[in-house]
Each structure stands twice: as structure tokens, then as C-alpha cells.
Design a protein around this ligand. Structure first.
Ligand code: GLC
Length: 564
């Protein structure tokens, strides 16, 4: 049964994520900035984008590139000033673009005033803003940290003879949401940005804000699962409902939570409209598909299977078929480039697979999130030397491997596919030395393939470019509300070459065919009946076959048909 459709701008909108550090440098320091985003607003508008999600731009010592915030109400100096930010927002409003900011409130920076106070003494008014474990209670129960060389989430702090909790780096102490004052601070700062006119938040590791604060010992059988030790704690939904009531409900805004560890069984707890929490969230099921079990940054030995890829998306679509709303993404600043990971970035298949993946995101139910450079098919950079990497995640895991006498060569092999820096190389605007990103040496090396056609300038004027296909496909989504709101049915379920599905709204039906194969594929659709399939869009030539329900697809070809 199809749910009743409630139209919303954030369901119909197409999101473009900008990692500001890597987008456009205008100040000449090799680091992207807010003026850089302003400079490119017309370009973004020309893509057909409706919403920009900006990774953190707040004041930060940059231990984790802005995910360690030392002042939530100021702009990072490297990125510019509040006046620049206001100019950006005004420029976006003028162009009808919405702005979604990153809300990073599971933790702050250790340089935030709250933490500076908190660590001073055990009776400081800010003491209870963070999780402290007094040393006289003994060593705290083991907790694992993402970015810690020792993988220890407890850091001993001499000043007060106590340990503080940091699920991420030592410079990212976890805020204590159990303290109502902390929650009020967060709601106030959200209000501050909403009053400025921002249109929503992407909420960083939001499922981590509530944890078991008794910190029980990990069971012997513990194998790395987040729940219940790190995330989805007993108060999570109380906090989200309180946040909704206190702030979100007062504005017409969009919210999308990042929710590692949350599977389909818990999904509706976050986004069922009647619960008044969030609009959408990012699940991690796809991001785990090609990784070792419980190891988000370790490539699996076996290649991923298309049937599994389909299974994940089909299962998630079913969850939201009646309630809530989904989000669709193939890469972001934490995961490698989509064409290198889910497509094929060899010279032969790059064009088709990049455009095929765009067709996928733009023909599924759920709001599509594109990551800067995806519109031109940017690929993984695959740095060979540890000295080229800038990401704390790669650098600290390298140090751990070094300390443990691990195999450093295979470590780098893994990072070539898995490192977050693959997705963080500067935006490729043209063929000049720094790809038009900066006039000086960029903070992270540019991918040299900007000289070989993977750049905006070269693709602008070319009819058959990844960039212009993207624009065309965006238009197709906008012209066909069925692609946004229609029901989804998986076809060819057990096929390992082609992902096929239908999208149906009232009497309109579309068939989407996506080849994930390096070979030609001939497929017969038998699950649905139709007289004629009229082509809406394709990224390759069409080969008519004898029967009307048989389709021949070139490697990585994508086609959308209207069925009559
Ligand atoms: C999220 C962010 C990631 C960051 C981490 C800690 O997963 O997307 O970039 O390192 O949280 O804030």
C-alpha cells in the first residue's frame, strides 16, 4: 500500500555537500574558504541543486578538520569571518538555495571554553558538561576510541586526577547530554543559527549522544557493536524529542542525523513523523558492505556483491514506504569516492559508471545527497606515501600499526581504497596546476587526473560529459515527481549484473535499469507487464531488441523508461 504523500521541500530537494576546506581557496593559503563557496554559487545553482550541506565551518583547532569545535558561534579563521558567512547566506537566499549546517554536539574540542573550565577542578560549574571518571575508582572500564592511537576512549587528566571520555580523538571530549545545562546550550546555539536564517542541520554521530553512563564493563563476547555501549542509549529519543520541541518545531527546517550503528529495526524511532524527532538519517549499512565485519575502515577481502547492494537499498526503502523518509548517498567526506567504490574508474568505464550512479541516486525514493566533485566523476586519489595523508584517522591508525609492528605496506594498500582523504582532495575546477582550487600549494594534494578531463572547465562545454549528464538527470527527477514519491519495486532480484526497479505513482510507471557490469548484459523483465517502454534518459546508445521486455545494456549503462 502506498502512503499518503506529504510534499516537503527537503523531500524534493537535491543536496550538494561541500567540504569547505577543499572546495575553493580565495585567500591564497591553500585552504578552501567561505568566499570560495560564494564564488561558486552560480555554478552550484546551474547544477539544479536546491540545498547545500556545509561541513563544519565553526572555530576549531582542526584536530579532525572542524569536527572539533572550540566556538559554536564563530567562524573558523582559515575559512573567513561571520561577515563572510552572512554574505554566503544572503547569496544563497537570493538564488533560492537552502543552507544546512553541520551540528557537532556529541563532543566539543578540548579547546572549547566549556572543557577548559571543566578540567580545572572537580567543583567547577562546567565539570558536569563532560564525562569524568575519578581515578580513585580505578581504571575506567574499557571503551574504544575511533581516532586514538591506543584506541582508548579514556584520557587521564592530571589536573583533577580523573579520566575524561572521548569516543573520537583525545581533542574531542564527549559532552554529557545527561546534564540539562548541556542540552540547553545546544538548543541555544541551534536557535542562534536558525535566527540567522539557516535551513537545517546534519547532526554528527547523533546516535552517540546518549550512552550507558554507568559505563559497565564490556562483556567478554564483545565484538565492537556500538549499541548499547556507545550509542542509542536509554535517553536518546527523549533528547531528540526535547530538541524538537524546544527548537526544531519552531522553524521550517530540515534535519538529517548521522546514525552509525542504527539498523532498519530502529529506523522509524528517529523519523516517524508522529514521534517528532528528525526528518531523515544516514544509515551505515551500505558503507559497511565492502568492509570487514565491525571494521569501518578495513576493506573486506571479498568483493561486494550487487545482490547485497540491492538488498540494502530495498530493505531501507521498505522501512520508509509507509512512514518517515529516507536519505540516499554513495559517498561523503568520510568514505571514498563513489565512482571508484561502486562503479569503475578505469578509463573505459569511468564515464558510464559515474553517470549510472548519478542515475541511481536520482531515481530512488529518499532525498539524494551528492558530494562535491561527484557531478564531474572525481575519483579516489590513492596516495602511496603516508606523508601525503592528512586525515587523523589514517595517520593515527598508521601509528598504531607501526607501534604494533603491523604490516605497513598492506596498511597503505588498504588506505588507497579506504582512506577518508580519497574524498577530500581539492575540487577540480580546471586543468591548471592546482586544478583552479588555489594559487598556492593546497593543504592536501590535488588528484593529477584533473589534467585528464576530470574537471569542471573541460566538462562544461562538452555535451557528453559527466557534468552535463548530471544536469540532465537532475532535470529528469524534477520533471517526474514519481521518481521522488513513487513506490519502489525491485526487479531481477538475484541478478549480479543489473539493478532493475520500477517506480510507480498512480498511473505513472517508470522502469530503471542500471548495469553494474563490465560486460554487455541482456535482461528480460518478467515481473511486470507493459506494452511499450519509452526512453526517458540513458547514458549510452540504446540497442533495441526483438521483444519489448528484453533489454540489452552496455557496460555500466543506465536507462530510465516510461512504461505504457
Ligand atoms: C562523523 C563525521 C566525521 C568525524 C566524526 C567525529 O562521523 O562525519 O568526519 O570525524 O563524526 O566528529
Amino acid at each position: 500500500m502506498q502512503k499518503e504523500i506529504t510534499r516537503q521541500w527537503w523531500k524534493e530537494g537535491i543536496v550538494y555537500q561541500i567540504y569547505p576546506r577543499s572546495f575553493q581557496d580565495t585567500s591564497g593559503n591553500g585552504i578552501g574558504d567561505i568566499q570560495g563557496v560564494i564564488k561558486r554559487l552560480d555554478y552550484i545553482k546551474s547544477l539544479g541543486i536546491d540545498i547545500i550541506w556545509l561541513n563544519p565551518v565553526y572555530e576549531s583547532p582542526n584536530d579532525d578538520n572542524g569536527y572539533d569545535i572550540s566556538d559554536y558561534r564563530n567562524i573558523m579563521k582559515e575559512f573567513g569571518t561571520m561577515a563572510d558567512f552572512d554574505e554566503l547566506l544572503a547569496g544563497m537566499k537570493e538564488r533560492g538555495l537552502k543552507l544546512v549546517m553541520d551540528l557537532v554536539v556529541n563532543h566539543s574540542s578540548d579547546e572549547h571554553e566549556w572543557f577548559q573550565e571543566s578540567r580545572k577542578s572537580r567543583d567547577n560549574p562546567y565539570r558536569d558538561y563532560y564525562h569524568w571518571w575519578p581515578a580513585e575508582k580505578g581504571t575506567p572500564p574499557e571503551r574504544w576510541s575511533f581516532f586514538d592511537v591506543e584506541s582508548n576512549a579514556w584520557k587521564y587528566d592530571e589536573i583533577t586526577d580523573a579520566y575524561y571520555l572521548h569516543c573520537f580523538s583525545v581533542k574531542q571530549p564527549d559532552l554529557k547530554w545527561e546534564n540539562p545545562k548541556v542540552r540547553q546550550e545546544v538548543y541555544d546555539l541551534m536557535q542562534f543559527w536558525f535566527e540567522k536564517g539557516v535551513d537545517g542541520f546534519r547532526m554528527d554521530v547523533i546516535s552517540f549522544i546518549s550512552k550507558d553512563t554507568d559505563f559497565p564493563e564490556l562483556p567478554e563476547s564483545y565484538n565492537g557493536e556500538f549499541i548499547p555501549f556507545y550509542s542509542n542509549g536509554p535517553k536518546l529519543h527523549d533528547y531528540l524529542q526535547e530538541m524538537n520541541q524546544s527548537v526544531l518545531s519552531q522553524y521550517d527546517v530540515m534535519t538529517v542525523g548521522e546514525a552509525p550503528g542504527i539498523g532498519i529495526d530502529r529506523a522509524l524511532d528517529f523519523v516517524d513523523e508522529e514521534r517528532n524527532e528528525l526528518n531523515m538519517f544516514f544509515h551505515f549499512d551500505l558503507m559497511e558492505l565492502d568492509r570487514e565485519e565491525g571494521e569501518l575502515f578495513l576493506m573486506a577481502k571479498e568483493p561486494w556483491k550487487l545482490t547485497e547492494f540491492k538488498k540494502i537499498h530495498s530493505a531501507w526503502d521498505t522501512v520508509f514506504a509507509k512512514k518517515g523518509w529516507g536519505s540516499m548517498f554513495l559517498n561523503n567526506h568520510d568514505f571514498p569516492r563513489s565512482v571508484s567504490r561502486w562503479g569503475n574508474d578505469s578509463k573505459t568505464h569511468w564515464y558510464n559508471s559515474a553517470t549510472m550512479l548519478q542515475t541511481f541516486l536520482l531515481s530512488m525514493r529518499g532525498t539524494p545527497f551528492f558530494y562535491y566533485g561527484e557531478e564531474i566523476g572525481m575519483t579516489n586519489v590513492r596516495f602511496k606515501n603516508i606523508t601525503d595523508y592528512q586525515d587523523i584517522n589514517t595517520i593515527n591508525r598508521y601509528k598504531t600499526a607501526e607501534q604494533n609492528g603491523g604490516d605497513l605496506e598492506s596498511f597503505i594498500e588498504n588506505e588507497k581504497d579506504a582512506s577518508r582523504d580519497n574524498a577530500r582532495t581539492p575540487m577540480q575546477w580546471d586543468t591548471t596546476d592546482n586544478a583552479g582550487f588555489s594559487l598556492t600549494k593546497p593543504w592536501l594534494k590535488v588528484n593529477s587526473n584533473h589534467k585528464e578531463g576530470i574537471n569542471v572547465a573541460s566538462q562544461e562545454g562538452k555535451k557528453n560529459s559527466v557534468l552535463n549528464y548530471f544536469r540532465q538527470m537532475v532535470q529528469v527527477r524534477k520533471d517526474h515527481p514519481t521518481l521522488v514519491y513513487g513506490s519502489y519495486q525491485l526487479l531481477l532480484q538475484s541478478d549480479e549484473e543489473v539493478y532493475a526497479y520500477s517506480r510507480v505513482l498512480e498511473d505513472e510507471r517508470y522502469l530503471v535499469l542500471l548495469s553494474f557490469s563490465t560486460k554487455k548484459a541482456i535482461k528480460t523483465i518478467t515481473e511486470i507487464v507493459f506494452e511499450k517502454a519509452e526512453l526517458v534518459i540513458s547514458n549510452d546508445e540504446i540497442y533495441p531488441t526483438k521483444q519489448n521486455n528484453q533489454f540489452e545494456l552496455m557496460p555500466y549503462q543506465a536507462c530510465i523508461y516510461k512504461l505504457v
